[in-house]
Ligand binder design. Structure first.
Ligand code: ZN
Length: 350
């Protein structure tokens, strides 16, 4: 079997760009001060969420995001009434919470510090070099990400030189449609002669919109369309169905994980195959959280005994429980730790 390197990006990959960790996300959403004139949708969603939280918990502080999503999902899936809330109302609040999450992340993505940008661009250049070194037809590298943000995509576009921009592309490993005309589906990139860079986003992405009528997954490599109100152009033109609004596709943190969406299922299956084929697995900023039980199951089941495992973490991961979780989950001596973050890894592998 050929040499294959699989990178696994966790929340720690995006944290230097000020993307909130999941544990801080709710606080950031509730504390955000929207502009009265330009961000009225944020204000409306925020008020609905605040009322819901106060009604249920009698306070706004120290509430866990997973608890809220679990209540909302349970009510919606079971079509149950939760106290005063009908399941339709719960569905509406759920949509507003997803919108607020994506809004905060996309807002933060607009102000990434310069030094952090350089690190991401260096990482992307490294990925480009690794992908090209084995030839267009090779399948020697992939990236699995648990993050919703599009930092990797955006900096990859900045890292490409002109030639690479025309003969390379991110491959989400599922059948996609470019929201704006012109692009070919990601799954066809390689057969079209391009160097595809496999990016498997297990929890969906900020730049995706899904049509639950025709099943199309629209993407935009350069714009975070997930927070925009867009109609399905296919349904509108082919079936004459107007106002069929697309929905964001993100897997939310909940204790009722249910992967029913076919694109998400495809991506998980492909990620599982990548793990099975990997000779090197490199975790970057992934804390192996307890709540990621499905993914941990895949890691255990998929990663070969002979594969090398590297964990690129930060200094505080030595003592905050992350290192301990790696040591407990993998065989003794199996994980090669690097606590110098992505910058340190890039220095070592330049
Ligand atoms: Zn459609």
């Amino acid at each position: 079997m050929n040499n294959k390197t699989v990178f696994i990006l966790g929340a720690g990959f995006s944290y230097p760009a000020s993307i909130p960790l999941q544990g801080h996300l709710l606080k950031e959403i509730l504390n955000y001060k929207p502009d009265d004139y330009t961000e009225s949708a944020v204000l409306i969603a925020q008020n609905a969420l605040k009322n819901f939280i106060i009604e249920l918990f009698g306070k706004q502080k120290n509430i866990i995001l997973e608890d809220i999503f679990t209540i909302l999902d349970r009510g919606v899936i079971g079509k149950e009434r939760f106290k005063d809330y009908t399941w339709q109302k719960l569905y509406e609040i759920r949509g507003q919470l997803v919108y607020l999450i994506l809004f905060i992340i996309s807002k933060r993505m607009k102000s990434v510090p310069e030094n952090v940008k350089n690190t991401y661009i260096s990482f992307c250049k490294k990925i480009i070099q690794m992908r090209r070194s084995h030839g267009q037809k090779s399948d020697s590298i992939s990236i699995i990400s648990s993050n919703w943000d599009t930092l990797f995509e955006i900096f990859m576009n900045q890292a490409f030189n002109n030639k690479q921009r025309s003969d390379m592309g991110i491959d989400y490993c599922t059948y996609t449609h470019f929201f704006h005309e012109g692009g070919i589906s990601h799954t066809n990139l390689k057969t079209a002669g391009k160097f595809n860079i496999k990016l498997l986003k297990l929890h969906g992405s900020l730049n995706w919109l899904y049509c639950s009528s025709c099943g199309r997954l629209y993407v935009d490599d350069k714009d975070n369309i997930g927070i925009q109100n867009k109609e399905c152009t296919f349904c509108k033109t082919s079936s004459g169905i107007p106002n069929l609004m697309l929905e964001p596709l993100i897997i939310t943190p909940t204790f009722l994980k249910e992967f029913t969406n076919l694109h998400i299922k495809n991506i998980w299956q492909n990620a599982f195959i990548e793990l099975q084929e990997a000779s090197n697995v490199i975790f970057i900023g992934y804390s192996l959280p307890l709540a990621d039980f499905e993914f941990k199951y895949f890691l255990k089941k998929g990663i070969r005994k002979s594969a090398n495992i590297q964990a690129v973490l930060s200094n505080k991961d030595k003592t905050n429980g992350t290192k301990k979780r790696y040591l407990s989950y993998f065989e003794k001596g199996k994980v090669d730790f690097n606590f110098d973050k992505l910058e340190g890894w890039l220095r070592e592998n330049s």
